[in-house]
Design a protein around this ligand. Structure first.
Ligand code: NAD
Length: 307
């Protein structure tokens, strides 16, 4: 689907990934952002986009927002939610269900969705899209897998087309959650010591946010199955310990790292290695420009000025 002269609804378009995506799409498309703006989000709302302040958990307001739209890019979710919070899990599923119902009512046929490679759980890495059976190990991951299933079923039952993205960790300006952000916040509170959950050997794949939004556009423009499931990530991984060291270095501190465990597991729902295989996305003509370490450094540079 060519992303030119389209009427696009971006849910969560005032958030981290959404605001960068809106900045990219706005030149050639008419963009409406549907978001309920948490307080620190207002400054990332692109002024050229139309904006509807809507709680996507409210079915009736969602239906109004979806009218006269060519493509819904559904990014809204609660990634800050505790991995064990069942209300947040249900919230993510309800939002997606409300959007699909609204699309059905308003005859809107195209949806792109932000899933996560965290749904692979402790699968062997790098993990391909075809890996299964999937055994997610957090409620957040379960919500993403449930949303994927809902989207697939609406595509096959009601004639929709979808692009489902399984992102690695995404980093860059405006990020407000995850280890890089949390380490900065912790070091501001205690510059002498940085607590790292687990033994720090957990491996993460970090995708730079511009690489991410360029990947979203490339895949929507080139993949043409009814349900397109595509991983987006960097080509390498970085350890949590290395992320902590980079944050300490970039903040020019001399903090000691304190590990909370002797195993590669920092919290319930944590995975030892998190790396989507990006062969499919590359075959569609996309390639990430930055490595995981470059992305982490760029994120820290931006965040120390922003927060
Ligand atoms: P974010 O928190 O920065 O943005 C989410 C946006 O959704 C926010 O602006 C928030 O106000 C909005 N939102 C949440 N609940 C809403 C509701 N009920 N009604 C209206 N708006 C609501 O998150 P992000 O990092 O930009 O992530 C975007 C998407 O990508 C999410 O679905 C997330 O699960 C997924 N994802 C993110 C990452 C990552 O590393 N950032 C990795 C994998 C998947």
């Amino acid at each position: 689907m060519r992303l030119e002269n389209k009427r696009i609804l971006v849910t969560g378009g005032a958030g981290f990934i959404g605001s960068h995506l809106v900045d990219l799409l706005i030149a050639k498309n008419s963009i409406t952002v549907a978001d309920n703006l948490s307080p620190d989000r207002q400054k990332t709302l692109n002024k050229k986009a139309n904006y509807v302040n809507v709680d996507l958990l409210d079915k009736n307001s969602v239906s109004a927002a979806v009218k006269n739209i060519d493509l819904v890019i559904h990014l809204a979710a609660n990634p800050l939610a505790s991995v064990t919070a069942s209300s947040e899990m249900m919230g993510n599923i309800t939002m997606t269900h409300n959007i699909l119902e609204a699309m059905k009512e308003n005859n809107v046929k195209n949806i792109a969705f932000a899933s996560s490679a965290i749904i692979y759980g402790n699968a062997p890495a790098p993990t391909k899209e075809t890996y299964g059976p999937l055994k997610p190990n957090s409620l957040y991951a379960a919500s993403k897998l449930a949303c994927e299933a809902l989207i697939s079923s609406y595509c096959h039952t009601f004639g929709l087309q979808s692009w489902i993205f399984r992102f690695a960790n995404v980093g860059g300006p405006r990020l407000r959650h995850g280890p890089t952000h949390d380490f900065i916040v912790k070091l501001r509170a205690n510059p002498a010591e940085l607590e790292v959950l687990g033994d720090g050997t957990q491996l993460r794949c970090y995708l730079e946010v511009n690489d991410c939004v360029n990947g979203i556009v490339k895949v929507i423009e080139t993949a043409d199955d009814v349900v397109n499931v595509v991983n987006l990530g960097a080509e390498d991984v970085i350890s949590i310990k290395r992320i902590a060291e980079i944050v300490v270095e970039e903040m020019r501190l001399d903090a000691k790292l304190k590990f909370t465990a002797k195993e590669a597991k920092g919290w319930k729902g944590d995975v030892r290695i998190f790396q989507p295989d990006i062969t499919l996305a590359k075959s569609l003509g996309w390639k990430p420009k930055l490595t995981s370490e470059q992305t982490v450094r760029e994120t820290v540079h931006s965040l120390v000025k922003e927060i």
